[in-house]
Design a protein. Sequence first.
Length: 281
Amino acid sequence: MISVRLFLPVTLAILVWSSCNIINPAEDIPAYIEVDSIGVYTDLQTQGSATSNIVDAWITVDGEFLNGYQLGRKVPVLFSGIHTVSIRAGILLNGIEGTRVPYAVFKTFDTLVDLQPGMIHKIIPRVTYYNSTVFLLDENFDSNSLLFSTTVTSPPMLVENNTFDGNCGLVVMDAAHADFECTTTDSFDLPGGTKPTYIEIDYKCNTEFSVGVKANTTLGPLDFPLLNVRSSDAWKKIYVNLTSIASQAQHATDWKIYLTATLQDGHATDTLRFDNIKLVY
């Protein structure tokens, strides 16, 4: 005969154990996706240089969007078996940490991955521009003629050989030429806010510079300052957003890009270097 004293504690223990498992069910073990870098490939003749500043991977699995993640993160996913993993290259729009977006003119990278719980799956995406991407400007400073012209009082934009990605544009400001300003020699038609539009610039400088566009309108010329770019001792790339600008000047017949800078107080000289300036949509 089973003792009641023994039976009750055992029964209570079983009930408590069952209740704990209902409250805290066993969790699925995720697989992990890790993207440490995203390579950019271009047709040099038609799309220009492949320099980039990709900071994030925007990840989708079987059409289910997960999120954008900084490169190098181990991303847990509750998928198992072979699945389609899609990755978009993410940038800092206007160089601002709080505006992290996928770069709209780059294709999505798709690959099949056999996702196994508990395992880390490293993916090395390679992205390219869409074939439909339009390159209105591509100044790489490697040709015989420059696509920018400076004002009369500005220091000239020179070509410095074999500096970064081939040659680069060099500007040296001093007391005699303290205000730099250049504009594109050609004018451009912008798509009017209907398509994502960007200016890409590689730069290295010991002072800040400004980026903007000039609109030639039926009501007269208009300037649209876009961004002040901070100094950088190392070469960096920035993506400047132009998408909504054209809608702000509906009477514009064409547009030009301009760059400006001013010699800092107390400096004998300030130096700006530019490369791979593109206007794309």
